[in-house]
Design a protein around this ligand. Structure first.
Ligand code: CBF
Length: 833
């Protein structure tokens, strides 16, 4: 039977346990019990939040049943386990997703109806844990879902930030940040484990000595200790019994009060240590492509890494035994360089706490870690000043120096006399102030390195890690990113999910996305096309309604093409290229009101890092252009512009199903992969995109004829840069381009202020590091083609169906299988239901 089929309501032979039973009767009883016994409420006085909590506990109980069983099987079978080390998990709301993975969405909905509950309102009530910035954190969340679904034993380790990514308001067109207090009403999905706690030390000095056998020993005498306390969240696979563990660490002071200080009357001093400790897991740094620098960030990284490695050692000692086989039990995936300090931490723990000699410890360490790189942007490549390390992690600095000394010896042997290469490959950057290169530490300490899309993995080999690739090419891999179809189709777009199931004749596609190919034969079927269009229009209606209620923009879902760009605001993603196109269309309409064009709604969503001035100015520009266009009766029947405030997972789920066109227009070579491109395409949007990141593979899969390509290739970009790029020439060589940019600074969009947007325009004309002007004309031409095709609905629908049908490759289940087979060497451990 399909896994999603609602469990039968025929009473079971043995009575169901109300905490675990899946029938409607059990769910209703459990719900009422939870409302009463956990929330302490009866229906008449329950708040919407009480109603949500009761639902969450009802679902969680059903997961715990499988979770405990998984833990038992994993333990007794000594299952090899993946530890995913990530500073970010952008989880999104749990409730709807867990209902889908348990296979009880329908029966729960019916139980809710009988209890006279507003199911949608309950789902809306959930505050999402925004413990990540964007692509990298959301990828970690998709991978947790897929690890459980493909039945790989896994633990996700990270930080339980008290404040996640800020909430975004738009005031007067500007982004305003509000702190994200996601924990204020409690989090029903986590289980605190106060007894699973580890000390994490900072500062101080080291003392070197010899033990009785003459072996060298090191003692780290720290001057600050905090405790990391585990908070566990179960992560359920779809249609399987496997439940994995997401273990997030909260920082606490080892003692609430320093009583000695307290006794001498220094109350402030007594609580100071507590506050300082708790600060470590207080807040997520809100930069998508972070610039290195802040001491607290390094403290955070070391904090979660140290707790996680100590936990892995504890688990190993408890279940398997001697640490010599640690790397056989665990493989640890470093999600970017944020957890790279783990290499030095495992070495320290093995040598200093478990008396292992260097060579044995290094062998284990090198065989435990694998590293994923997620960016080529130079400003995002983490380095830390040696001075800061010396102050905060003196023992780790010694270990890094020793790793480096031994590693550089091997470089010297291999490339005799090539000291320039030695300097380039060193873990320490000696140019300018001395800094530790975290990517080099991650590469040297790992047995495998991978990029996140085919182009990106190739570029790694020829740019940032070229020397390392030349030295050991066999360690370099590609694993193209993927996203989970459970959240991004079944949960976000239930109408589409139903339609797919109907035309495929099965729902196997939810677990095996390649099965979507069964849709291909129906791509030209008018019956499917008509239904396809209905589903899309319904999603557009939902979004239009939501937008009109949250921001006031009115869009027409029937006539308008929904053209959406939703992602972090960043110059390399080129939201300003999109804006220039909107301005062009606006000018054309003003010049020729009878233009007869396909009406379009240009919709944006995305947060800017609070300190990123240009990105914030782009938000202001979009909203300013929106204000002019939406209020101009001469054009607003044809074009409208909307900015969806607070783009997060929940709001993303409103956007993906409603898009006709997905904007993936980064400068080629800059977007490592992108995953929004996959989410849109899976929901039937056609892509307008450059040959960047995973766009290339999406185009290969869906067919070049079903993808709107424009712009330079990465190689052309490289050449143009080498020749000396002169945006000024483009500005002067193209009248329409010049007029569009001049309109930005004319004051039209800024109530007469000709200075407001000048920094953006000047930057484009004089520097344009992301070559907006060079790609402008090709983009416009491509947009014209898009409008033509949209005017031929049958053709558009066929392309849209084929996009969905050919998205199998971009399931995160496939990515996880790739990791398991090619990098981790790990087998599934199936657990039945
Ligand atoms: O690999 C996941 C994503 O990571 C980023 O968001 C990142 O933070 N470095 C990249 O920018 C994306 O291209 C990538 O898809």
């Amino acid at each position: 039977a399909p896994e999603t089929e609602a469990p039968t309501e025929v009473p079971a032979a043995t009575p169901e346990h109300t905490r675990t039973g899946m029938s409607k009767a059990s769910l209703k009883q459990a719900y009422i019990d939870n409302l009463f016994y956990i929330q302490g409420r009866f229906r008449e006085v329950a708040t919407p939040h009480d109603l949500y909590m009761a639902a969450a506990f009802t679902v969680r109980d059903r997961m715990l049943d499988r979770w405990v069983k998984s833990a038992q099987v994993y333990k007794t079978s000594h299952a090899r386990t993946v530890c995913y080390l990530s500073a970010e998990y952008l989880l999104g709301p749990h409730l709807a997703n867990n209902l889908v993975n348990l296979g009880i969405s329908e029966v729960a909905r019916r139980a809710g109806e009988e209890l006279d509950l507003d199911f949608e309102a309950i789902l809306e009530e959930e505050e999402e844990p925004g413990l990540g910035n964007g692509g990298l954190g959301r990828l970690a969340a998709c991978y947790m879902d897929s690890l459980a679904t493909v039945q790989i034993p896994a633990i996700g380790y990270g930080i339980r930030y008290e404040f996640g990514i800020f909430d975004q308001d738009i005031q007067n067109g500007w982004q305003v940040e509000r702190s994200d207090t996601w924990l204020r009403n409690g989090n029903p999905w986590e289980i605190p484990r106060p007894k699973i706690s580890f000390p994490v030390r900072y500062g101080g000095h080291t003392e070197h000595s010899r033990d009785q056998a003459g072996r060298s020993r090191v003692r780290w005498v720290a001057d600050m200790v905090v405790s990391g306390v585990a908070f566990d969240t179960p992560v359920l696979g779809y249609g399987v019994g496997n439940v994995n563990l997401l273990r997030l660490w909260k920082a606490e002071a080892p003692e609430s009060f320093d009583f000695q200080v307290f006794n001498v009357g220094d109350y402030y001093g007594a609580v100071h240590a507590k506050i300082e400790a708790e600060t470590i897991s207080k807040v997520l740094y809100p930069n998508d492509e972070p610039e290195a620098g802040k001491e607290l960030r390094l403290k955070q990284q070391y904090f979660f890494v140290s707790c996680s490695i100590q936990d892995m050692i504890r688990l190993h000692l408890n279940t398997v035994g001697p640490l010599e086989t640690f790397h056989e039990k665990f493989v640890a995936q470093l999600n970017d360089t944020h957890p790279a300090i783990a290499v030095a931490e495992l070495m320290r723990l093995l040598m200093d706490d478990h008396a292992m000699p260097w060579d044995a410890a290094w062998d284990i360490t090198r065989n435990t870690f694998c590293y994923t790189n997620h960016t080529l942007l130079p400003e995002a490549l983490e380095t830390w000043s040696v001075a800061l390390f010396e102050r905060l992690l003196p023992r780790h600095l010694e270990i890094i120096y020793e790793i480096n000394r031994r590693f550089l010896d091997t470089v010297r042997v291999r490339y005799l006399g090539d000291e320039a290469r030695v300097a380039r490959m060193s873990l320490i950057d000696e140019t300018g102030g001395r800094r530790i290169r975290m990517a080099h530490l991650a590469v040297v300490g790992s047995r495998a390195v991978n990029g996140v899309a085919a182009l990106h993995s190739e570029l790694i080999k020829t740019t940032i890690l070229k020397d390392f690739y030349e030295m050991s090419p066999e360690r370099f891999h590609n694993v193209t990113n993927g996203v989970t179809p459970r959240r991004f189709i079944v949960v976000s777009n239930p109408r589409l999910a139903e339609l797919i199931t109907e035309f495929c004749g099965h729902d196997r596609w939810i677990r095996d996305l390649d099965c979507l190919r069964d849709l291909e034969e129906h791509a030209e079927d008018p019956a499917l096309q008509a239904r396809w269009r209905e589903v899309k229009t319904a999603a557009k209606q939902d979004l239009a309604l939501w937008l009109s209620q949250h921001g006031g923009v009115v869009l027409d879902p029937q006539t308008m093409m929904f053209d959406i760009q939703a992602k972090r605001m960043h110059e390399y993603k080129r939201q300003h290229l999109n804006v220039l196109h909107i301005i062009r269309v606006y000018q054309r309409l003003k010049q020729n009101p009878n233009l007869g064009m396909v009406p379009r709604a240009f919709i944006f969503g995305g947060k800017a890092a609070p300190g990123y001035y240009m990105a914030k100015l782009m938000i202001k520009l979009i909203n300013s252009v929106a204000e002019v266009i939406n209020n101009d009766p001469q054009v607003n029947g044809f074009i409208r512009v909307a900015f969806m405030a607070d783009f997060n997972v929940k709001n993303g789920q409103r956007l993906y199903p409603a898009a006709d066109l997905s904007e993936q227009i980064s400068l080629a070579g800059k977007e490592a992969s992108g995953t929004g491109n996959m989410k849109f395409s899976m929901n039937g949007a056609l892509t307008v995109g450059t040959l960047d990141g995973a766009n290339i593979e999406i185009r290969d899969e869906v067919g070049a004829e079903n993808f709107f390509l424009f712009g330079m290739t990465a190689e052309e970009v490289r050449r143009k840069q080498a020749e000396g790029y002169r945006p000024w020439d483009y500005y002067h060589g193209d009248d329409e381009l010049r007029s569009d940019i001049d309109l930005v600074t004319s004051g039209l969009f800024s109530h007469g202020d000709t200075n407001l947007f000048r920094p953006l325009a000047d930057h484009l004309i004089n520097q344009d590091p992301f070559m907006v002007l060079a790609d402008y004309r090709a983009y416009l031409n491509c947009q014209d083609r898009i409008s033509e095709v949209y005017d031929r609905p049958a053709e558009w629908d066929r392309m849209s169906i084929l996009n969905v049908a050919r998205m199998g490759k971009f399931s995160s289940d496939r990515s996880i299988r790739d990791y398991a087979e090619r990098i981790w060497g790990i087998e599934p451990k199936p657990i039945g239901i």
